[in-house]
Write a protein of this length. Structure first.
Length: 225
């Protein structure tokens, strides 16, 4: 089965993303519910625009501003029918910018069909920014069939593994941009110092033995008369 097994780190990110997404949806719904209740409490009968009020909360006085909006959306089909009737009463009302204004909107299909030269000119009127990414993760039942994206991913991994590591200049082969050939360094002769001769131990001088002492004869004792 050809699939991308990203391991535990991605699994942890996926689980946390699911939890945060669920929490965010619940929090958004709850926040809107609480906001509407507070607005209805502070200003029971709001008018379109900003409504000012004062409220006491936990013994403290607060100034409250409640913005009340009404969304209006034009119906293009009905607009074509009412504008001529309105123009009979006042032609100036049919002028562009009085009741209706049109905002320039990019037609992506036409933009994609531009040549490089045309695109270069047209993009001077564009401000291009990166939008938020969209993510959808669905569990697949059964064996996963290889897709071009997956095949390209696997091929890139194998190519990266097979690519030899680039040698740094000066390590191994000479730098490719080096124009001057360097002369080989002269061989250095190793001078081996002669082994130090061991000094002969000095000959031991014979120790003269003391001469044997001569026996000293005692004088003969004198005879008494």
């Amino acid at each position: 089965m050809n699939q991308n097994n990203h391991g535990a780190p991605v699994a942890e990110l996926y689980r946390e993303w699911q939890e945060v997404s669920l929490w965010l949806d619940t929090a958004k719904a709850r926040e809107m519910e609480l906001r509407k209740k507070l607005c209805a409490t502070f200003v029971p009968e709001p008018v379109e625009g900003t409504n000012n009020a004062f409220a006491e909360i936990d013994g403290k006085q607060y100034e409250v501003k409640v913005g009340h909006k009404l969304n209006r959306k034009l119906d293009p089909a009905a607009l074509d029918a009412v504008m001529p009737e309105l123009g009979k009463l006042d032609p100036a009302l049919c002028e562009l910018g009085v009741l209706i204004k049109y905002e320039a909107e990019l037609v992506k299909k036409g933009y994609n069909a531009l040549t490089d030269e045309q695109r270069k000119i047209f993009e001077q009127a564009l401000t291009i920014t990166e939008g938020a990414p969209e993510l959808t993760i669905s569990e697949v039942a059964g064996e996963v069939t290889a897709t071009p994206v997956m095949d390209a991913y696997e091929a890139a991994k194998e190519k990266h593994k097979a690519k030899p590591a680039a040698k740094r200049p000066g390590v191994g082969a000479p730098h490719p941009k080096s124009a001057v050939a360097k002369k080989p360094a002269p061989a250095v002769k190793k001078v081996v110092a002669p082994a130090a001769k061991k000094k002969a131990a000095p000959a031991k001088k014979p120790v003269a033995k003391p001469a044997p002492r001569k026996a000293v004869s005692k004088p003969a004792a004198k005879k008494r008369r």
